[in-house]
Design a protein around this ligand. Structure first.
Ligand code: SAH
Ligand code: CA
Length: 213
């Protein structure tokens, strides 16, 4: 979903850091070979994730929703030398493609892939994460939030993607539209939960930045 004119989007991209070559290649291969390539993080949002991760300089990152690994590689750019990124996806068909690019990137040894339902896997990770990126099943965002809060510490940052859901969050909503209903609940929770401070950034399809107090 694009909220800005194509002209402005192009200008914003051109005025931001270039997309690394490896990520261009991953994006091309995803569009050629994988279903639903519009789910991939693109050039601009990828550079935002990379920049945020470099500012935070995390030791431990958790990603929920790996897809072909684009956002994982952007987040890995900010990892401390001894740091690790744990990424979870339910689709086992994507593992080999993810691994191919993780290895090519030089972050291969620091990225741990988990395959399965995020809600089953998160409780098994005995780590306090500095940075968490939530980008899997929209209907489960409220449950992801409660699951990951147990894996944070004061100062941890939670990034949540697609929170504007193509603008559906401000349109009349059908109660059967479970994704939009869940995102409305999720955005309200992030605003109201006293354990986090939140700003919703209008980056691409909406990217919320929450800081654990
Ligand atoms: N973060 C990726 C895009 C993720 S797309 C990027 O920016 O490039 C969403 C992913 O969530 C899909 O690959 C899908 O397989 C995964 N997913 C859906 N439901 C899930 C679940 N219950 N547990 C873990 N992953 C899930
Ligand atoms: Ca996304």
């Amino acid at each position: 979903m694009h909220f800005l004119s194509p002209q402005l989007e192009k200008y914003i991209e051109e005025s931001s850091e270039n997309e690394p070559e490896l990520l261009e290649e991953l994006s091309r291969e995803t569009h050629l070979k994988v279903l639903q390539p519009r789910m991939i993080t693109g050039h601009f949002q990828g550079r935002v994730l990379s920049m945020l991760s470099k500012i935070i300089n995390p030791t431990n990152i958790l990603e929920i929703g790996t897809y072909t690994g684009y956002s994982a590689l952007c987040l890995a750019e900010g990892l401390k030398k001894e740091g690790e990124l744990h990424t979870i996806d339910i689709n086992e068909e994507l593992i080999d493609l993810q691994r191919k690019y993780f290895e090519k990137s030089g972050f291969g040894a620091q990225i741990i892939q988990h395959t399965g339902d995020a809600l089953q896997i998160i409780p098994t990770l005995d780590i306090n994460f500095d940075l968490i990126f939530i980008d899997a099943e929209k209907r489960e965002y409220p449950l992801y939030f409660h699951a990951v809060m147990n894996k944070t510490k004061p100062g941890s940052i939670i990034l949540s993607d697609n929170v504007l859901w193509s603008g559906k969050v401000v349109e009349p909503v059908d109660e059967k539209d479970k994704a939009t209903m869940a995102l409305l609940e999720y955005n309200r929770t992030l605003k109201e939960d006293p354990r986090v401070a939140t700003v919703l950034l209008p980056i691409r399809d909406g990217l919320t930045l929450s800081r654990v107090l």
